[in-house]
Design a protein around this ligand. Structure first.
Ligand code: F6P
Length: 522
């Protein structure tokens, strides 16, 4: 296939565009512009069977401890399943607890949204600040941004960075009397979150008083002890469970700021969409299974065709935070070099994932995608209906999206370029000098994923689709997608650098930098 041109595959099979597509849950995936034949797809499915994808999928859904290094299940699907669903952790049904928390969240959100819950001075809560980082930030932030047009509750804000500029900029716009903080941390030990929460608390206490904390702070965590030690009452805490990975957690109480802003009904819509995608992933045969197809095609491009990175290009301003969310999802899950059993892999695992919304990205790095020497496959994501009144603009957005995918695949030969330039009157040396700069190599693969619109249901389904794609890839690579030991070491060293009494040696470069910083910071 390395020598095969996608355009020739189209020429040889008039049905290719129709046949290499898959449709369910309102999504339509066209993967005919991938550098694959029918045989390639068959071989990829064989690879999936050899790696026991179907068995691993069942293990995942059955609550087996697929996160073997932490001896935990990864049951995020249970968070979005209907009440009657039968998901179990260690034999125990988790549904009742999940729905008890969802009910509590809904009741709390209704009180805040209706103005029944008021701040310490009796004023309504108009602004909610989500303090959290990584999985305790990116999902809720993305959803609130994507559905911003429907926000009918308190305005959501997000603080994540340990750079105090983040908190400072947001507090400068808010008033303590009308602000609520939702401190979100699975572990409740994360440095960034705790230090931001401490400063936020000081801000409340200094302009109101210590009693006000209970009216202006709630927590979301699995660690009740640490929440209470911080000074937030257990009554004002919403729980989740160790079988929910941080980057898979927006469906749990981690989504509290989403529910506050958008209301329980839209939050339920999000869960329903994700559940529909779970059902599709679990039931659809491999050849008609959206997450399986996306996962296998990504493996094909990365491991077989040698593409080092993968581009995501949502043609939807509302999905402007999708790439940041997907980066944590994919690279924290699959950025590993050992198998589940701890054996070193001798193949590439996750490709670097990057991108931005179209058409903005076209005016930044698409030049490289078209004419750079390396091939970077693209997932185009395109909502069919616009959620704004400017229909003419939506037509242009759609045209641009389709045109980019087509141009990447077709390319433009020297012969075509020459003919165009001759028609414009160029000749001789000037013609020959101009040609190479205008040639497009083409044969660059992409997926086109159409979704009806960016509404709660289809947004939920889209996020679940990429969650399962990540899982599929991890199974092919034989790795555990649900731990993240790689982020621990840096955290330890940061603590070491902060501790003046520690005599643990650092490296000479860091020692020297610390010395320079100390001199300059005086
Ligand atoms: O740094 C990695 C990480 O552990 C992520 O996996 C997680 O989403 C994030 O930090 C935040 O963790 P927590 O919710 O425990 O504060």
């Amino acid at each position: 296939m390395d020598q095969t041109r996608i355009a020739e595959l189209f020429a040889a099979d008039a049905q290719r565009a129709r046949e290499m597509s898959c449709e369910d849950v309102g999504f339509y995936l066209d993967y005919s512009k991938q550098r694959v034949s029918v045989e390639t797809l068959e071989l990829l499915r064989n690879l999936a069977r050899q790696q026991q994808l179907e068995t691993w999928r069942e293990r995942l859904f059955n609550g087996e401890h697929v996160n073997n290094t932490e001896n935990r299940a990864a049951l995020h699907m249970a968070l979005r399943a209907p009440r009657a669903a039968d998901f179990r952790d260690a034999g125990r049904r988790v549904g009742p607890e999940v729905h008890a928390v969802l009910d509590r969240m809904a009741e709390f959100c209704e009180r805040v949204r209706s103005g029944q819950w008021r701040g310490a001075t009796g004023k309504r809560i108009t602004d909610v600040v989500n303090i959290g980082i990584g999985g305790s930030d990116l999902g809720p932030r993305l959803v609130c941004e994507a559905l911003a047009a429907s926000i009918d509750g308190p305005r959501p804000h997000f603080v994540a960075n340990v750079d105090g500029a983040d908190l400072h900029a947001i507090l400068a716009r808010l008033r303590p009397e009308t602000t609520m903080f939702v401190v979100v941390s699975k572990t409740f030990t994360t440095q960034e979150t705790l230090v931001n929460a401490l400063h936020a608390r000081a801000w409340i206490v200094s302009s109101l008083d210590i009693e006000a904390v209970s009216k202006h702070f709630v927590a979301v965590s699995t660690n009740q002890e640490a929440v209470e030690a911080f000074g937030i009452d257990a009554d004002h805490m919403f729980s989740f469970w160790d079988w929910v990975g941080g980057r898979y957690s927006l469906w749990s109480a981690v989504g509290l700021s989403i529910m506050l802003a958008l209301g329980p009904q839209r939050f339920t819509g999000l869960l329903r969409g994700a559940h529909a995608m779970d059902t599709h992933f679990r039931r659809a045969p491999l050849q008609q299974n959206l997450p399986v197809l996306l996962g296998l095609l990504a493996i094909w491009n990365h491991n077989f065709l040698g593409c080092a990175t993968q581009v995501l290009a949502p043609y939807a301003q509302r999905l402007s935070l999708f790439v940041s969310w997907a980066q944590q999802l994919e690279m924290e899950s699959n950025g590993k070099s050992v198998t589940r059993e701890g054996r070193r892999v001798d193949y590439a695992t996750t490709p670097a994932l990057w991108g931005n919304v179209g058409t903005n990205a076209q005016h930044a790095y698409f030049q490289m995608l078209h004419q750079g020497p390396a091939v970077h496959p693209v997932d185009f994501i395109l909502p069919v209906y616009a959620e704004h009144p400017y229909k003419d603009m939506h037509k242009k957005l759609v045209a641009n999206c389709l045109a980019q995918a087509s141009a990447l695949m077709r390319g433009k030969s020297a012969q075509e370029v020459r003919a165009e330039l001759v028609a414009r009157g160029l000749e001789g040396e000037a013609l020959e000098a101009a040609v190479p700069h205008r040639v497009f190599p083409g044969n660059r693969p992409s997926n086109m994923l159409l979704m009806p619109r960016v509404d709660p249901f289809h947004l939920g389904a889209l996020l679940a689709l990429y969650e399962h794609r990540t899982f599929v890839m991890s199974v092919i690579w034989g790795i555990n997608a649900f731990d993240q030991w790689g982020v621990e070491f840096g955290k330890q060293l940061a603590n070491r650098i902060l501790d003046p009494k520690s005599d643990l040696p650092l490296d000479p470069s860091t020692d020297e930098l610390m010395h320079k910083l100390q001199l300059r910071m005086r």
